[in-house]
Design a protein around this ligand. Structure first.
Ligand SMILES: *Cc1c(COP(=O)(O)O)cnc(C)c1O
Length: 396
């Protein structure tokens, strides 16, 4: 048989699902697993989502306009304007999830050999799209010891004549870190100095804790022509399965390419766009509820983690993740051992090994990502089991 695409064959399978096989085996044996590996919120989707879909009663499910239905574009614009970010309707394209916004952005920007500066550890799903488009991620490594923050020097040292853009996820998945004012300024300064695009994935925009102010690259005037914002209803409204995202830019040339890509894939789901109009109609009610729920959970996770001897992590500042160092050499082996050989009263814990979130080979081997997507009492229990598991693993 002829060989499949070399590029696609070289892609790595998802690191957050790496342990699924072992989890399935453990469950067949009757173990209960607290799954902290996948970043999918467990909270209720607002009822306005279903209300809007139930009201929809057209005789045909037609293709909708390729950049999105006018009601949804208007709803997104209103949400942005109320967030203090001034955008027009023709700066907005609706996509099939934030994921398609990522793909279209990379397709629109990338020429062979183009480099994207990205802060590692980063959302590993980007790698699929870097591979598809031939983009080269150039990581700026950040560390658990200082909460995954970086300096302007770290950033500038990675810029080359091939650099096309600085890619940033704020608040961060997997790290839970939120950019400081200095970091935002450094990114903007570098983009202006070296004539780079800024791609800001802000799907966790409002999920910032401890009274932090919401920061968006959309607030900064002098970079608007070089800025692309990627956004989604998935995390903001507990609606990952709705598959509605958005790409936003005031750069007209970029946007005209995005529109051609949108035309090429014809349209986004008619029904889901209706549902998304319902989601945005909730304004900031749901968003604020979600933030306070995750802040409570963050406190539980962090307060328990720092009590475990040998664990290194700073207090996560946003999103619903934390990456921490464990006192074990290889967290993949440890997590498999937890699934196969450890339980307390029939219960164990699963997290994501963090090495999959690094582009640099060998980093993150002693780290895990925890997604705190369970209720408070379950999180307390999961953290208790994790602490006991680490102790037992290191004494075996
Ligand atoms: C979840 C997520 C997305 C997009 O998810 P969609 O469900 O496709 O909208 C994008 N970026 C990051 C960092 C995410 O965590």
């Amino acid at each position: 048989m002829k060989q499949l695409s070399n590029k696609m064959l070289s892609m790595k399978p998802s690191s957050v699902r790496k342990l699924t096989k072992y989890a399935d085996e453990a469950e067949i044996k009757g173990k209960k697993i607290y799954k902290l590996n996948i970043g999918q919120p467990d909270l209720r989707v607002p009822k306005e989502y279903y209300d809007r879909i139930r009201e929809y009663n057209e005789p045909t499910i037609e293709y909708m306009p390729s950049n999105g239905i006018p009601e949804l574009i208007l709803a997104v614009q209103k949400y942005y304007n109320e967030s203090g970010i001034d955008i027009e309707k023709d700066n907005i394209a609706i996509t099939t999830g934030g994921t398609e916004a990522v793909l279209f952005t990379l397709l629109a920007l990338t020429n062979p050999e183009d480099e994207y500066i990205i802060f590692e550890p980063y959302y590993s799903n980007y790698n699929t799209f870097f591979t598809i488009t031939g983009a080269t991620p150039v990581p700026v490594t950040t560390y658990a010891e200082n909460g995954f923050h970086f300096s302007k020097k770290d950033l500038e040292s990675k810029i080359t004549p091939k650099t096309k853009a600085i890619w940033v996820t704020n608040p961060g998945n997997p790290t839970g870190s939120v950019l400081t004012d200095e970091e935002i300024e450094a990114i903007c300064d570098m983009a202006l100095k070296y004539d780079l695009f800024i791609v800001a994935d802000e799907v966790y925009r409002e999920m910032v804790f401890d009274g932090r102010k919401i920061k968006s690259f959309g607030y900064i005037d002098n970079i608007q022509d070089r800025l692309v914002i990627i956004d989604s209803v998935s995390k903001r409204f507990n609606a990952c399965g709705a598959r509605i995202g958005v790409v936003i830019s005031k750069n007209k040339e970029f946007f005209s390419v995005i529109s051609k890509l949108c035309q090429g894939r014809l349209a986004v789901s008619t029904i889901e766009q209706q549902g998304a109009v319902g989601l945005y109609s909730t304004g900031f009610r749901v968003i604020n509820e979600i933030r306070s729920e995750f802040e409570k959970r963050r406190n539980i996770i962090y307060n328990n983690l720092i009590k475990i001897p040998g664990v290194i992590c700073e207090k996560p500042e946003g999103a619903f993740y934390v990456v921490c160092k464990l006192p074990v050499e290889d967290t993949t082996e440890f997590l498999i051992w937890m699934l196969q050989n450890f339980d307390i009263d029939g219960e164990t814990v699963m997290a994501a090994p963090a090495d999959g979130f690094y582009a640099t080979e060998g980093l993150g081997k002693d780290e895990i990502r925890i997604a705190y997507i369970l209720e408070e009492d379950k999180l307390e229990r999961a953290m208790y089991i994790l602490a006991k598991g680490i102790e037992a693993y290191n004494n075996k």
